[in-house]
Design a protein. Structure first.
Ligand code: OAD
Length: 244
């Protein structure tokens, strides 16, 4: 990587008052959470796409919950890494900093980020399929699979946006507003192919924002990035912070 790029990114961020960050599974990779499309993305013989769907849940809620129980156990053993911690720190030093994440693992709030939009939900929340009531559930392992609503006995489902489902329009609206308003957008650890999240940096760029991408591999966003930092988020973000 060009050695000048780290100070360049730090300089851009230091001068900015409004910064938005968009993160994906890659920021949690160094914490041990498998990415969706990486080689560790499989469970048994299933791909995430075959389990994270309303059809899969209707067909076999037990199987889908077994997969989530496995993911919850795995994530419960993971801690935020220097990438999450650096973004939590920047929220405190940059006047207007918002973090938009596609991750459901809850590691950003654990690192201390508070101004957070969780586009795809949170794996530590469950929702009653009957009345839509959302509650926290941190049981690891789950006490029963599939879990049931303590109030009405209906099935509980993960409070997660599945393939084929609509995102919470209020959350999406705030994410697009933040993207339009920011001077700089940091795009960290996302393959930038799942919409609408992948549209946010393009929307920000059209509105005049500088785009900084951090990812070990090129993505469809890379040609649109003003600064492209090739490497792991847990190393690159602290390096930028040192120059901040
Ligand atoms: P993906 O698994 O598609 O992409 C992960 C990205 O992280 C890839 O571009 C990797 O190159 C990059 N990466 C890997 N290790 C990294 C590291 N140490 N530092 C930085 N980047 C690294 O995950 P997402 O883009 O988050 O949706 O996927 C988007 C959505 O698709 C997910 O939220 C999920 C999935 O289906 C739902 O669950 C609704």
């Amino acid at each position: 990587m060009d050695g000048e790029l780290i100070p360049k990114a730090a300089d851009i961020l230091r001068k900015a008052k409004r910064v938005a960050a968009l993160t994906g599974a890659g920021i949690s990779a160094e914490s041990g959470v498998p990415t969706f499309r990486g080689k560790d993305g499989l469970w048994r013989q299933f791909r995430a796409e075959d389990l994270a769907s309303p059809e899969a849940f209707a067909r076999d809620p037990k199987l889908v919950w077994e997969w989530y129980d496995w993911r919850r156990r795995l994530i419960a053993g993971c801690a935020p890494n220097p990438g999450h911690n650096t973004l939590a720190k920047w929220e405190k030093v940059i006047p207007d900093f918002i973090l938009i994440t596609q991750n459901v693992d809850g590691l950003h709030p654990l690192a201390g980020t508070t101004n957070l939009l969780e586009l795809h939900g949170n794996i530590w929340k469950v929702r009653c399929v009957n009345d839509g009531a959302v509650s926290d559930n941190r049981d690891v392992p789950l006490r029963e699979i599939p879990p049931r609503c303590p109030d009405c006995g209906a099935l509980l489902r993960p409070h997660i946006v599945w393939f084929g489902e609509m995102l919470d329009q209020a959350v999406v609206g705030r994410a697009f507003a933040a993207s339009a308003a920011c001077e700089v957008m940091l795009v960290v650890g996302t393959s930038a192919i799942v919409h609408p999240a992948a549209s946010l940096p393009l929307y920000a760029a059209e509105a005049g924002a500088v785009i900084i991408e951090i990812n070990p591999d090129p993505t469809p966003l890379t040609p649109h990035a003003d600064v492209s930092l090739r490497g792991p988020a847990g190393e690159i973000l602290p390096l930028i912070d040192r120059e901040f």
